[in-house]
Write a new protein. Sequence first.
Length: 128
Amino acid sequence: MFVTPTVREAPTTENDVFAFHIMGEVSAEDMEAMGAYMNEQFETHDNVSMLMIFDRFEGSETGASFQWETLKSRFRSLGKVDKYVVVGAPDGPSRMIEWMGKILPIEAKTFPREQTDEAWAFVGARPD
């Protein structure tokens, strides 16, 4: 199970669906660790789906998205992630995710907090 101070993995009913709760301000170290974790998953799964649940998001540390493992996992995700779903994200990230789904070979979708059950159904899993 993956856990950092601001990112906590939520067990799912499917071994190829990875769900994470985001809490607080995400640090560069947390982003780097999550990138490394997902790179490991990309090695052992043909394809995965990801569900990001923003519980108490307070932004991310400047430069957090530019760590090596984070960048590497983002590039690798283009051929490995089937569905990328976000629940309760602020407007800016929500628009970016919807836009990403239109130009990349990933089904990307955002849901408001009150539609968390629908988000889980979209990725084909439930919390375990």
